[in-house]
Design a protein around this ligand. Structure first.
Ligand SMILES: CC(C)(COP(=O)(O)OP(=O)(O)OC[C@H]1O[C@@H](n2cnc3c(N)ncnc32)[C@H](O)[C@@H]1OP(=O)(O)O)[C@@H](O)C(=O)NCCC(=O)NCCS
Length: 229
């Protein structure tokens, strides 16, 4: 007869070395990441805020009709982005500090798919969409973005054909969230987007709350002829 065996103690799972979980999460996020995204709007009937930058900022407004000399103001890496913006008829403003590129923002009046995020902001004829807001790290935060965005607000406010503009921002992008809310933009919709390999973005289906808005298939005003997602 076999001797009765002492009950086996359950083996403890091997402990992960400190930081391993964080590294695994970081690696997984490099492959596929879901990003919470807020869509905000600004009502064109509001009076734009007067910006107060802490450095002297010069603005250069550009568009499809401008001669190409302004392209020289851009860092080389930015120039390749411009032709797609101009083909849509979008208008940009470039901020210069001491005569050098410090940041920019663009305003579009046509529905299009943003190639990086994969988001499609669907616009009615009385709507616009501000995108690509960027300030060079060495100028943050000194009010440059405030000057750029206030100029967008002034253009939208002065245009009788426009009733609002939209912008979207990652929920976790604290600086931009503070900036846009300080400028008076209000939440209109929330969506999730997924990024593969930190590129190839796409809106997660059925993630839009509320279900009707500028990032829904029908758009806020059910615009006709919008490209698919
Ligand atoms: C977000 C971004 C454009 C802000 O540019 P910026 O020139 O530093 O912003 P400003 O100095 O004009 O700040 C305006 C307001 O935003 C808020 N803000 C901006 N940066 C902040 C920070 N680091 N801490 C706290 N508040 C901040 C403040 O409310 C500030 O108002 P105040 O100056 O009266 O306090 C800049 O950080 C950036 O280019 N980030 C990377 C790209 C990006 O996230 N783009 C936005 C996509 S929606």
């Amino acid at each position: 007869m076999a001797e009765p065996q002492a009950p086996r103690r359950p083996r403890a799972a091997p402990e992960a070395p400190p930081g391993a979980l964080a590294r695994t999460r970081e690696l997984a996020a490099k492959f596929a990441e879901v990003v919470d995204t807020d869509v905000l709007e600004w009502d064109a009937a509001k009076t734009p805020r007067v910006p107060r930058a802490r450095v002297p900022v010069e603005l250069v407004r550009v568009g499809p009709e401008s001669d190409g000399a302004w392209l020289e103001l851009l860092p080389r890496g930015r120039r390749s982005e411009v032709p797609a913006f101009l083909r849509r008829g979008d208008r940009g403003r470039i901020a210069l500090v001491d005569g050098r590129f410090a940041g920019w923002v663009w305003l579009s009046r046509v529905t299009h798919r943003d190639p990086w995020s994969g988001l499609v902001v669907r616009l009615a004829p009385d709507e616009a969409y501000a995108y690509a807001l960027w300030v060079e790290p060495e100028h943050r935060p000194s009010g440059v973005a405030g000057v750029l965005m206030a100029d967008v607000q002034a253009e939208v406010h002065a245009d009788p054909a426009l009733t609002r503009f939209y912008g979207w921002v990652d929920t976790r992008n604290r600086e931009s969230q503070l900036l846009l809310r300080m400028l008076g933009l209000k939440d209109v919709q929330h969506v999730k987007r997924i990024h593969l390999l930190r590129r190839l973005g796409r809106q997660v289906p059925r993630s839009a709350h509320p279900p009707y808005g500028p990032l829904s298939a029908d758009g806020r005003h059910r615009t006709a002829g919008a490209p698919g997602q």
